[in-house]
Design a protein around this ligand. Structure first.
Ligand code: NDP
Ligand code: MG
Length: 385
């Protein structure tokens, strides 16, 4: 049985990971469950999966969990130190990194240090700490299988190798505002931005998908995962979300991965990798697909994507700054403190003030991330004033 640590267990990817576990009785043992604030759901999950350890990163939720928990055989820990302790203390074969945002970086680095394979949904880790992740991975040879649907698709297309690979064709649904005029994007409300046409996901990634920052983060993620130049990563808007990405080889052959817009498929691929297994989830019915469309993205309407390419090319600490500023911008938009088009404007403003440097360590990365967040807050305060 593969021993799993599911971090971000209470979120969209975390709960779908547990559905995959349910679909494969006898395959997985859930050893560690970690969540942030939703202690009630964690309690239900702990009763069902009987992990050796539960970690709650939000202190008041930890207190509530401790009050209600009746299972004395289970270790209950608090905060990020608790997550790191759990990984050290309870042997684990694979960590599912499904926390949202930069909170995923430290446990990912810990898993790499401990030689634990990674099913990585948390793309912010690679965007922000890609160089640290690569260094740590080179030391221990840990496998990192991305759970992001596009990157999972690319893995599957290059299973036979990357020899003669020309480029990656990274598909994007285009989000809810694909057909809107740029002027109307200034009036976008929170409710409109939270309605993704094809995928049901956590709030932060749903807003990122609406600004196309998500695709920008994925371009940087693809650069780290597949070691492909930015010039050779092409974003294609594909509103149907049937083709999850493609790769083009030098002879003109294009390999594509097609499937339902169901995150359980890439999650399962990572969990059962290197094997491919059948599952009971719904399958594609080609007779129900009216057509597949592909367009170039509109970089003027969605400046976040353009900015992410630029920042990715600059490299060093610039992507960490982009990521930290974007997290603050999205949170401020969700609190109605800034407008939709303020998100890319804020991120650009913070990035422009930064002088990129090589990231030397995790604590150095943390400093840069904190600087980006405090600058982003200055922008938010100015908007509020
Ligand atoms: P959700 O918001 O649904 O879930 C986030 C999870 O992280 C929850 O378990 C939450 O706990 C926990 N969490 C939130 N803040 C913190 C924190 N400060 N410290 C520790 N844990 C925290 O997000 P998603 O599941 O949608 O996304 C998770 C990651 O996966 C993101 O990085 C996203 O980009 C990536 N991803 C998601 C996809 C999707 O389809 N959803 C697709 C591809 C990638 P709690 O709820 O208990 O507060
Ligand atoms: Mg994706």
């Amino acid at each position: 049985m593969k021993r799993l640590a599911v971090l971000g267990a209470t979120g969209s990817i975390g709960t779908q990971t547990l559905q995959v576990v349910d679909a494969f009785p006898g395959w997985f043992e859930v050893t560690i469950l970690a969540g942030h604030s939703n202690w009630q759901l964690l309690l239900q999950q702990a009763e069902k999966y009987q992990p050796k350890c539960v970690v709650i990163t939000e202190p008041s939720a930890y207190e509530k969990f401790k009050q209600e928990n009746r299972n004395t055989n289970m270790t209950v820990l608090c905060g990020m130190p608790g997550v790191l302790q759990a990984l050290e203390q309870f042997p684990t074969d694979m960590m599912v990194g499904a926390m949202s945002g930069a909170a995923g970086i430290e446990p990912t680095l810990k898993a790499l240090e401990l030689g634990i394979d990674l099913a990585l949904a948390n793309k912010e880790t690679l965007v922000s700490g890609g160089s640290l992740v690569r260094k740590a991975q080179q030391k221990t040879g840990v496998n990192i299988i991305s759970v992001d649907s596009e990157h999972s698709a690319i893995y599957q297309c290059i299973e036979d190798g990357t020899k003669c690979l020309n480029k990656i064709l990274l598909t994007a649904s285009g989000g809810p505002f694909r057909t809107w005029n740029k002027e109307d994007l200034y009036k976008v409300t929170k409710a409109q931005a939270l309605k993704h046409p094809n995928w049901s996901m956590g709030q932060k990634i749903t807003i990122d998908s609406a600004t196309l920052m998500n695709k920008g983060l994925e371009v940087i993620e693809a650069n780290w995962l597949f070691n492909v130049d930015y010039d050779d990563i092409q974003v294609l808007v594909h509103p149907q979300s049937v083709v999850h990405s493609m790769v083009e080889y030098g002879d003109g052959s294009v390999l594509a991965h097609l499937g339902k817009a169901d995150m359980r498929i890439p999650i399962q691929y990572a969990l059962t990798w290197p094997e491919r297994q059948g599952n009971p989830f719904p399958k594609l019915d080609f007779t129900q697909i009216a057509g597949l469309e592909f367009y170039a993205p509109d970089f003027e309407k969605f400046p976040a994507l353009k900015l992410a390419y630029e920042v990715g090319r600059v490299g060093k600490s610039a992507p960490a700054v982009l990521n930290g500023a974007n997290e603050i911008a999205v949170a401020a938009f969700l609190k109605d403190q800034i407008g939709f088009m303020d998100i890319p404007a804020l991120v650009q403003w913070v990035v422009e003030q930064h002088n990129p440097v090589e990231i030397e360590s995790f604590s150095h990365l943390l400093e840069i991330d904190q600087w980006a967040r405090s600058q982003a807050q200055v922008f938010v305060q100015n908007r509020k004033a």
